[in-house]
Design a protein around this ligand. Structure first.
Ligand SMILES: [Zn+2]
Length: 479
C-alpha cells in the first residue's frame, strides 16, 4: 500500500514538472491606474474569480514617482527610477540638453541612459536557448524603441483608438504561431481605468462602467486561455498596474510660476510633482526657501530627497523636487489649470497609490491572497518563471517566493522525492528479505517431517512395487 502511494506521488511529480525542452510561457498585462482596492469596491466577477485559479497580492508597493512611464519601465527592468533614468512622464536631461514627453519619448537615448537597463522581453530573447524564445509587446511604454540596441521580436505601438479586445486577440495569435515563430513572452498595456480615473475620479459611476469593461476583458482573456489546451496547460499570466488613483479637486492647485522666477530655472512635471532645474547653483537656496513655505507641498533639495524614494542619483532629477501632498496638485509654468478629478504621482507609501497584482498559471500557487511586494520585484519574478538567469537588479526573488508553487508545499520538493524514492527501495528490500525468510520457513517445515518409513510386503516375488507405508512406530518396531 505504502509503496503504491509513494509511486503515485512520484509519477504525479514527474508529470507536473515542466519539460526542459521548451521555454515557459508568460503574459504580462498592465491596466493603467488600476487601484489595488477596485475589485473590493466594485462588482468585478472575473477579477474576483482569479484568486481561485491563482494568486491575488493585496497590493504592489510601487516606486516613486507613481506615474506611468517610470513605473512601467521599473516593472520590466527591476530597476528604480533613479537607476533606469525614466524619472517622469516629462523629462529634462541636462546632458542631452533636451526634454521629452510621453508622446515624444520614442528615441533610444531616453530609454538607454543606463547601459544596464534591460527589459524582460530582451532578457528572454538573450537567454541560452534563445533560438526557442521570442518576445512580443503591444503598447507597453518603450516597447517600440530600441533599448540598448534591442527590440522585442514582435511589437506594436500604442494606438489610442484600438480596443483592448483586439490587443488580446493579437497577442494570442503570436502565442499560437508555429514553433519557429511563436512568442513565449508577451506584454500588453491598456490605458484604462487611468483615463476615467483622471476625468471622473476613482469613485464614480463612470469608473463603474469602465471597470466593467476591464472585467469583461479579463473574462475574454480567461475564455481564450481555457479554449486552447496548449495555453491552458502552459500559460502563466500576470495582471498588474503602474499606480493607483486619488480624488482631487480644483481648489487644491498650486500655480508654480507664482513662486519661481522663470529666468532662473525651469520646471518639468505632471500635476502631482515637478523637477526644477536651476540655472545657477547659487540660486538654489533662495528658490528652495521660497517654495518650502508653501503649505501642503513637500519641497526637497536634491540631496535631501528621502532615501526611501530611490529618486536622487540621476541627472534627470532636478536640483529641487516639489511633490504635492496627497490630493494637492501643481501647475508648472506653461501648463494649463487642472480640471482633473483624480490624480496619482504622489508619495508611493500612500495607500491610494498602490496598484493591483494577480498571477495565475502553472508557476503560481492557487487560492492565495498574498502579502505585498515591490514593483522592482516583478522583474525577478518574471525571470524565474521564464527560467532565466537572475540579473542583479533592485528587486529580489526572495520577496516573491511566497506566491510560487516551486517554493510552497503544494509541490513535492526534491527532498521529498528523494525520501520517497529511498522509502520505496528500503521497503522493497525489506519485503524481499521477509519473502525469502517465509520461503525458507516452508523448506524447513518440509525437512522437519519425519521421513516416512516403508516396509516390504512379505511376498515371495520381492517386488519393489509392493511397498506400503508403515501404520505406526509400534508397528514399525514390531516388524
Ligand atoms: Zn499610469
Amino acid at each position: 500500500m505504502i509503496i503504491s502511494i509513494s509511486l503515485c506521488l512520484l509519477i504525479s511529480f514527474v508529470r507536473s514538472s515542466p519539460t526542459a525542452s521548451s521555454p515557459p510561457l508568460l503574459l504580462l498585462i498592465s491596466f493603467d491606474g488600476f487601484r489595488w482596492d477596485y475589485p473590493d469596491i466594485y462588482q468585478l466577477p472575473n477579477f474576483n474569480s482569479l484568486i481561485k485559479r491563482g494568486v491575488r497580492v493585496k497590493h504592489i508597493d510601487n516606486s516613486f514617482a507613481t506615474v506611468t512611464f517610470p513605473s512601467h519601465f521599473t516593472m520590466i527592468t527591476g530597476l528604480f527610477e533613479e537607476t533606469h533614468g525614466i524619472v517622469a512622464n516629462i523629462i529634462y536631461d541636462p546632458i542631452l540638453n533636451a526634454s521629452a514627453t510621453v508622446k515624444t519619448m520614442n528615441d533610444t537615448k531616453w530609454w538607454s541612459q543606463n547601459a544596464y537597463s534591460q527589459p524582460i522581453w530582451v532578457s528572454n530573447q538573450l537567454a541560452k536557448d534563445s533560438n526557442q524564445r521570442r518576445s512580443g509587446a503591444i503598447a507597453w511604454p518603450g516597447c517600440s524603441t530600441p533599448i540598448n540596441g534591442h527590440l522585442p521580436y514582435r511589437y506594436e505601438e500604442f494606438d489610442y483608438d484600438r480596443k483592448f479586445d483586439t490587443v488580446l486577440k493579437r497577442i494570442f495569435e503570436w502565442f499560437n504561431e508555429p514553433i519557429g515563430t511563436r512568442i513565449n513572452f508577451g506584454a500588453t498595456y491598456h490605458l484604462e481605468p487611468d483615463a476615467t480615473g483622471h476625468k471622473y475620479g476613482p469613485i464614480s459611476s463612470e469608473m463603474n462602467k469602465t471597470l466593467k469593461e476591464c472585467d469583461d476583458y479579463v473574462g475574454l482573456l480567461l475564455k481564450s486561455i481555457d479554449d486552447n489546451e496548449y495555453l491552458k496547460q502552459n500559460l502563466n499570466v500576470i495582471i498588474t498596474a503602474d499606480h493607483g488613483m486619488h480624488a482631487v479637486n480644483k481648489s487644491h492647485q498650486l500655480f508654480l510660476e507664482q513662486y519661481i522666477d522663470k529666468s532662473l530655472c525651469s520646471a518639468y512635471g505632471s500635476h502631482s510633482l515637478a523637477n526644477i532645474f536651476v540655472n545657477k547653483a547659487s540660486d538654489i537656496d533662495r528658490l528652495y526657501a521660497n517654495l518650502s513655505k508653501i503649505e501642503n507641498y513637500e519641497v526637497y533639495k536634491k540631496s535631501q530627497i528621502p532615501d526611501e524614494y530611490h529618486y536622487k542619483s540621476n541627472v534627470r532629477i532636478g536640483d529641487i523636487l516639489i511633490v504635492g501632498k496627497i490630493g494637492y496638485q501643481i501647475v508648472v509654468p506653461g501648463d494649463r489649470s487642472s480640471n482633473l478629478l483624480g490624480n496619482h504621482g504622489y508619495d508611493n507609501r500612500a495607500e491610494s497609490m498602490h496598484p493591483i497584482f494577480y498571477g495565475f498559471g502553472p508557476a503560481f500557487r492557487s487560492n492565495l491572497l498574498a502579502e505585498p511586494f515591490r514593483n522592482v520585484d516583478i522583474y525577478p519574478l518574471m525571470s524565474y518563471i521564464l527560467r532565466l538567469d537572475q540579473r542583479n537588479t533592485n528587486g529580489s526573488l526572495d520577496n516573491v517566493k511566497h506566491i510560487l508553487v516551486d517554493f510552497s508545499q503544494e509541490k513535492i520538493s526534491p527532498f521529498l522525492v528523494i525520501f520517497l524514492l529511498i522509502s520505496v527501495i528500503v521497503m522493497a528490500i525489506v519485503y524481499a528479505i521477509c519473502a525469502c525468510r517465509h520461503s525458507r520457513k516452508f523448506i524447513y517445515a518440509e525437512s522437519n517431517i519425519e521421513p516416512q518409513q516403508y516396509f516390504l510386503l512379505n511376498n515371495d516375488g520381492g517386488s519393489t512395487n509392493n511397498l506400503v507405508v508403515s501404520e505406526s512406530e509400534d508397528e514399525q518396531e514390531n516388524t
